[in-house]
Design a binder for this molecule. Sequence first.
Ligand code: ADP
Ligand code: MG
Length: 386
Amino acid sequence: MKEHPLKERIIDGFRRIYPASPKPRVFRAPGRVNLIGEHTDYNLGFVCPAALELACFVAAAPNPAGRLRVYSENREELREWPVSDLPECRPAGNWTDYAIGVAQQLLRANHAIEALDLYVFSTVPTGSGLSSSAALEVSTALALLGGRALAPLELALLAQRAENEFVGMPCGIMDPYVSVFGRDLSAVKIDCRDLGNIIVPIPESVEILAVNSMVKHELGQSAYRERVRECASAVEAMRSRHPHVTTLRDADLEMVHELGSGPPALLQRARHVVSENLRVNRWVEAAAAGDLANMGALFVESHRSLQNDYQVSCPELDFLVDTALTLPGVWGARMTGGGFGGCTVNLVEPRHVAAFREGIAAAYRDRFGIVAEIHSCRPSAGAGEI
Ligand code: ADP
Ligand code: MG
């Protein structure tokens, strides 16, 4: 097997921090970009993310002093705990919570935690919606397991529980799931109700690019919780006539239109979720047919629905999408992730990629004075040892 191009660099970094430790094993877990299916996960619908080449790497070797030491190269910070203290650790409110949260979940699932020196290095930008947090959790879990087997779905659920319960972030299953189940050159359509998936090969004649708006508006967190509540209210309103509807996953567009007599926001929120689930299925069909025009058109429909009905976009994301659609070779663009900042995702013809990068960056800098970061989102394999 070909060695991962970053492996030597990770091992060198490990040796610099822990010169006395033996040679480490190295584990990798990717970040992700959600291609379509936004705000559908907590409504138990469909999402279709792809794992990225951007990933978190954790090098691990035994620590002879009975301690767990964790160094983050990105933060340039070393923290340590006696292994015997791990079950009682409380959240510290910083990046180490992701590692300790995972360790505690492993202990709860009856996996012993050995004393280890861990070196963390991630190429996933943090806090921009490409899921650096799940990449950190999954790679840390693999390092702590040290090659001991854990069913892939268990691994994803364990990472989610660590983030929900220890970090205190009520995130869905999508991020750790695709970090575990990702496939080279393919997206993964996930059914958030039964947690099954299908692999969706991406046509080779398109490049996927994420454009990071570099903004994150405060509104995001409160709006997220408000949308979750609004979806529950929409379900409540539907249930008088349709008692089998327990989440918006069960609703259809006719039921959405029956909400017309209630508050307009409920109809709009429900219309987004129900139509977005349909779009995921249509997008997967378009991808299977290699129909780039349709894949792009569905991206744009998804964005307009998030912008106008779900109302989780922002001027920066709308500008990036609208500008992308004026550039040559762009099949489609949409915001990706929770909204109010973070990234857009773009489908671009390979021969137009260089001009796209330049054109979108220049326009964004002129309008907002911000240098956008642009990432290639070539779909990659899921987590494992490298
Ligand atoms: P996202 O998952 O979209 O990148 P989150 O807010 O969910 O954003 O997670 C970002 C947080 O994850 C960071 O603030 C940091 O605490 C933690 N994190 C991710 N990668 C690293 C890393 N390499 N080193 C230290 N902390 C990290
Ligand atoms: Mg995250």
